[in-house]
Design a binder for this molecule. Sequence first.
Ligand SMILES: [Zn+2]
Length: 197
Amino acid sequence: MSSSNYPPAFIAGRLALDFANTAPNSRELSWSDFVLFLADAGVITEERAARLSSLADTEPQAVDAVSLKMLRLRESVRAVFSARAEKRPIGKNWVEPINDILRITEGHDELSQHDRTWQLQFIARENGLEWLLAAIARSAAELLVEGPDAPVRRCANANCRLFFYDNSRTRRRRWCSMATCGNRHKVSAFLKRRKRQ
Ligand SMILES: [Zn+2]
């Protein structure tokens, strides 16, 4: 993202989890950051992103309204998948913001291919700004119904805790990325070992 370097990249493997990762803490997500996130995720085109960004000046009320829904959705997604990653039960009303978006957005499914795997992608009908949240809500809903065995995890680095979907062959991925947290851990483990010698 342009305004901050967080998160490092799209490392989660699921749109809903990448969206959850835009909040390392309770920091708000600005409208332009959110639009940029959608463009980086491939949900909208760059041209559309530019048009949507300018709405903050021309239609501030509409932007405020959808921003509120966006933050509610993110809170819900974080609560639901924190619980799932930690094998805790998920409260019935936690998913309400997800259902709210599913209820108001119409669209259809389309098959698309990424790296030789086929995915069913939700294409929202474009009326109102809420449709911007549709793909995220849909991704969260699909991940939730995958059940408690879905490999939703959080980075083992206590200062990071990014969400990811572990589709590694061994299903024992521990880090959001080897390049950052994995490497940091390797280096500190090495230093600890050397101290003991
Ligand atoms: Zn990490």
